[in-house]
Ligand binder design. Structure first.
Ligand SMILES: *Cc1c(COP(=O)(O)O)cnc(C)c1O
Length: 419
């Protein structure tokens, strides 16, 4: 069993040996983009292949992760949440120990920085002086603006006007970091529309601009690159589990928007088939199309933003509207590798609705003194429910993808007087 070296895992077991050279994960993934972007993606793939063999690059990133991001983030034994899970069993005979992987403690407050620093380094390698990004909740925008400030790159962030209204704190942060926030007034004025605009910008600016995509979505090689940069989460977790638990965890739970925190956590465990992996999508306010953001649960295969994967779409194949209380999960698509893992039945996908996520937000706050992001609260809700059904000697890890400072106003509004 390896502890920290995911490359060794790839060599040993075929299940994680994806994507193929065409960027395919089974039938998913691929490159569905206009001609103008093919060359840019090919260049990115080439640079990344080189970087994969460049030890200096990874040493530099590891060093930055340590002194700038604050890695490794702790694996924390959550006794309060574990007690809550035990209390749910009538006979008090069940209840696994719950652990939290503390990505909320990473610089800028979430896992997003793991990816943006790596991609900003790729931009520098390609000699590009400007980066662009799309953002929903603003977390990826902030992480991109941060990496751009660090490396002295010009930074423009596309954001739906509806999200700009909902997430004013992050808009201010991006501006303070020196980025320009460009409002998008198309469609539902949210993340999907901001992504369209960022891609349109890139088509006209590839010569001098790198597009820092924020999740494991989009055309190849983006899903692979983002997964690799985020895999530091799972590699650290594996080493920490072996040290602190003395064994592999029995279950790992992570929330799934585009799927980057989950992919980064799961990937180093994909070949450890005794570890059950659970992805949690946003169940929103009901199972009706438009009321949730759960493409793996309710979607159909289709092409969105340059790759084939599960997509929420209506009868006519139009991408549907989505809803979640958490802006970071509010996306109609999902990374192609998740669709692949679903097909293999390697990862189990389920949903947690708005109300359950809100409840778990307060569990983490009051049982642990940790205010989680609303996105991460979906994983906490699922983790506590599952732990309650597991034997007492088992261990369950929740990936706490981010902290909830950005969500306190929204949660106060939703809870009203009951707070
Ligand atoms: C952006 C975000 C997510 C969702 O994105 P993934 O790519 O699915 O990880 C989840 N949690 C937090 C805290 C986020 O900021």
């Amino acid at each position: 069993m390896t502890t920290t070296d995911s490359n060794a895992d790839v060599a040993l077991a075929p299940i994680s040996a994806v994507p193929d050279e065409r960027g395919r994960y089974g039938v998913c993934g691929g490159v569905y983009v206009p001609e103008t972007l093919i060359e840019a993606l090919r260049q990115l793939d080439e640079v990344y292949q080189k970087v994969c063999r460049d030890e200096q690059f990874w040493d530099r990133l590891t060093d930055m992760n340590r002194v700038y991001v604050g890695r490794p983030t702790p694996l924390y034994q959550a006794n309060g949440l574990s007690r809550r899970a035990r209390g749910m069993d009538k006979d008090k005979e069940k209840g696994a120990t719950i652990w939290l992987k503390r990505e909320d403690l990473a610089h800028t407050g979430a896992h997003k920085i793991n990816n943006t620093l790596g991609q900003a380094m790729l931009a520098k390698k390609m000699g590009k002086k400007r980066v662009i990004a799309e953002t929903g909740a603003g977390q990826h925008g902030v992480a991109t603006a941060t990496a751009a400030a660090y490396f002295g790159l010009k930074c423009d962030v596309y954001m739906g006007s509806e999200d700009i209204r909902r997430q004013s704190l992050n808009v201010t942060r991006m501006k303070m970091l020196g980025a320009k926030v460009i409002p998008v007034n198309e469609g539902s004025c949210t993340l999907k529309d901001a992504t369209n605009e960022a891609m349109r910008d890139w088509m006209g600016s590839v010569e001098h601009t790198h597009y820092i995509l924020g999740s494991v979505v989009g055309p190849h090689p983006f899903p692979m690159i983002v997964r690799d940069f985020q895999s530091v989460i799972g590699r650290e977790t594996k080493a920490q589990a072996l040290r602190m638990i003395g064994a592999m965890p029995d279950v790992i739970v992570a929330c799934v928007g585009g799927g980057s925190n989950a992919a980064g956590m799961f990937y180093p465990f994909v070949d450890e088939t005794q570890v059950k992996l659970v992805g949690v999508e946003a169940g929103g306010r009901s199972d009706m199309l438009g009321d949730h953001a759960a493409p793996l649960t309710f979607g159909k295969l289709g092409v969105l933003h340059g790759s084939m994967s599960y997509v929420l779409q209506d009868e006519a194949g139009q991408t549907s509207e989505v809803h979640s209380c958490s802006a970071g999960l509010d996306y109609p698509g999902v990374g192609p590798e998740h669709s692949y893992w679903k097909g293999l039945e390697r990862v189990e996908y389920t949903t947690i609705n708005d109300e359950q996520a809100l409840e778990a937000f307060l569990w983490a706050a009051r049982d642990e003194g940790i205010i989680p992001a609303l996105e991460s609260s979906h994983a906490v809700a699922q983790g506590v429910r599952m732990a309650a059904e597991m034997p007492k000697d088992q261990h369950l890890i929740v990936n706490l993808s981010g902290r909830g400072d950005k969500d306190v106003e929204e949660v106060a509004r939703l809870l009203g007087d009951s707070l």
